[in-house]
Write a protein that binds this ligand. Sequence first.
Ligand SMILES: C[S@@+](CC[C@H](N)C(=O)[O-])C[C@H]1O[C@@H](n2cnc3c(N)ncnc32)[C@H](O)[C@@H]1O
Length: 459
Amino acid sequence: MTVAAPRVSPSILTPQNVDEHLLQLLESKGRDTDFWSSKDRDRNDSAHSIFQYPAMMVPVVQRRLLGAILEARPDIQSVYDPFLGSGTSLVSGMHYGLNVYGNDINPLAVLISRVRTARSVDFTVGVIAEQVAETAAKDSRATIETSMVNRGKWFQEDVSLELSRLRRAIRQCDNLWVRRFLWVTLAETVRLTSNDRTSTYKLHARSAFDIAKRALSPIAVFRELARKNAASFSEFRRRLNEAKQLTSGRYVAETEVRIGDTRKTQEYWSDAAPFDLLMTSPPYGDNLTTVTYGQHSYLPLHWIDFKDIDPSADEATLRTTQEIDRRSLGGIASDDVWTEEKLFEASPRLKRFADDLPAKPADGRTRLIRFYKDFGTSLDSILDVMKPDSYMIWTVGNRNIAGKQVPTDLVLSELLEGLTCKVITTLTRRIHHKRMPDRNASSATMREEKILLIRKVRA
Ligand SMILES: C[S@@+](CC[C@H](N)C(=O)[O-])C[C@H]1O[C@@H](n2cnc3c(N)ncnc32)[C@H](O)[C@@H]1O
């Protein structure tokens, strides 16, 4: 169903009447009940499926949101995602020719996003991938190309041999973007051929019986994935070209992906900030227990050359399966700019929720507060790199603690309002396909997510 946009054209462009215009636009589009909850989820949209990253946003929904915002604010030129993940916000921005910027603490997220948002790509990548698979198939060396200590637990010996051959063959390619594309394809190959059960994000080895039954060829899996990935890339670039966002094959605006902690954005974005628009989905706050972005990346990262991700990518993040998640929001206690007192004063909802938590699990409350302290620090830091009167689109899921739903959207609203932001509206998006860990999927919590539209008011 197509819904006509309201004919509101603000004669005097004050932030308040742009808010009003935007609200009307979103309401009119949202009258089509499927608009934000779109079922037509194209897995190849904007090279979305080159790696199965946890909690990915849906490209078509982000594009629709962007389209509405740009209608009301055509002056917007840049979009920033401080919790980048697989880069969905950035590729969505590329469809509109925006300058796109993002960072993530997880080296694998940075790698995937760098591949997807490259200004120039090599269209022969599919052919090169075939050659890489050929070279790997002809390689008879038995050297294992990873120093992973517990390798025997996670990989069958034959699988390790083929992954090593692929790794050696990828290293022989000259072009950095091509190698990155191949590393991402190898990452997905690792995910599918390791001994990990793929049903949850947490690492969980299959039974010995199950492992013995599996006959796997990483080279064959890699070849198949590379074909699909190359095809979805050329489709993405074809669409960018059609939208006139490429000049001689090169993306028209800037794309910049950095590895970095959002609690410290000022340290590494001062050259590009301030940004016009924020579009993001932050971690759910359970990255140590359920949606473990780092653990999910641990096995693939062991087979990738870190220097090809970024010179500052730190291999010590592979010290343990939990290290990336420990370094992420809510992982380890950081400096207490946001004390518990300050948090509760800013968000009475959070206080009420924390006070009502049952005694078990004993660390439930501690983990909740630790996450929100880090989140508070991130908000300070994010607001510092955003322009005054810039809009922010936050997509949040409401996770559970001890069977109780954390009102993430309401807490986020209160925290941002305390930082002189204005909540314009909150949309609800029903989730049709989002792959969530079993524990959450059975509850109502992850069947919908909230999209908050906020304006930064303070200068
Ligand atoms: C919900 S995911 C983002 C998914 C993304 N929207 C997509 O479509 O793929 C949240 C991301 O926040 C990242 N993250 C967690 N703590 C962080 C921190 N302190 N600084 C930067 N990124 C962090 C995680 O690594 C994860 O990639």
